[in-house]
Design a protein around this ligand. Structure first.
Ligand SMILES: Nc1ncnc2c1ncn2[C@@H]1O[C@H](COP(=O)(O)OP(=O)(O)OP(=O)(O)O)[C@@H](O)[C@H]1O
Ligand SMILES: [Mg+2]
Length: 222
């Protein structure tokens, strides 16, 4: 199982510009892997492919034993809801919902809103945004919104968690806290985590580091 990429190519535009040059990689279930590299090296592009949000131009991606490219839209939707958590650099909280309601959105769709409420509050507390539970996103700072978005990604304990610069909007204290939570979650819940970050210290806290240099996997960061 896990995540497997074989000869993964991604190109954009015409004439085509190749962004990922035939990558091979394997991420095992339960691994916590970081992807780092310079701006423009293809980190987000790769994360979108690994996390079923986009398809490669060539090559194959498999996640949890299935290929997203072969799924229907409905199957893909269900797969994401059941197995995948996403954290983006720019969170997408719904502005008309409070922090707690945003966290409980996924559970609500599954009829688990009441059941998950205490857990949601505990997560918000752990992320030090308990006080923001009943506030709307417009009433929170960027970092607070980001931490609520992290709680939302974790509430259903997805098998796979993909995070693109989750610490991007945070100061070092909050950034460290987020990293600790990712580390704990990966150890205690055996969650597979793929973290994109340009912060070398954070990248080094994963079980394994992958470096991208100009759309290729490299032995070293450069
Ligand atoms: N939809 C797109 N259309 C055309 N070019 C794109 C598209 N998405 C990304 N690119 C290009 O692909 C390259 C890699 O982009 P990507 O967003 O993956 O980089 P990154 O490593 O995540 O950078 P950053 O650290 O700045 O977030 C960039 O040159 C970017 O301009
Ligand atoms: Mg990026």
């Amino acid at each position: 199982m896990g995540i497997v990429g074989k000869n993964v190519v991604k190109q954009f535009g015409s004439p085509p510009m190749v962004i990922l040059h035939g990558l091979d990689l394997e991420i095992e279930d339960g691994e916590f892997v970081s992807i780092s590299g310079r701006s423009g090296s293809g980190k987000s592009t790769l994360l979108y492919l690994l996390s079923t949000l986009d398809n490669p131009s060539d090559g194959v991606i498999e996640i949890d034993g299935v290929s997203p490219q072969k799924m229907t839209v409905n199957e893909l939707h269900r797969f994401r809801n059941e197995k995948i958590g996403f954290i983006f650099q720019f969170h997408y909280l719904l502005p008309e919902l409070t922090g707690l309601e945003n966290v409980l959105l996924g559970p609500r769709n599954l009829g688990l809103e009441k059941q998950k409420k205490d857990e949601a509050l505990a997560l918000l507390d752990q992320l030090e945004v308990y006080k923001q539970a009943n506030k709307f996103p417009s009433e929170m700072s960027g970092g607070e919104q980001q931490r609520v978005a992290i709680a939302r990604a974790l509430i259903l304990s997805p098998k796979y968690l993909f995070a693109d610069e989750p610490t991007g909007n945070l100061d070092s204290v909050s950034g460290n806290k987020v990293m600790s939570i990712l580390e704990e979650t990966s150890q205690n819940n055996n969650m597979t985590i793929v973290l994109v970050t340009h912060e070398r210290d954070y990248a080094a806290r994963a079980n394994r580091e992958i470096y991208l240099v100009d759309g290729r996997i490299s032995e070293n960061y450069s």
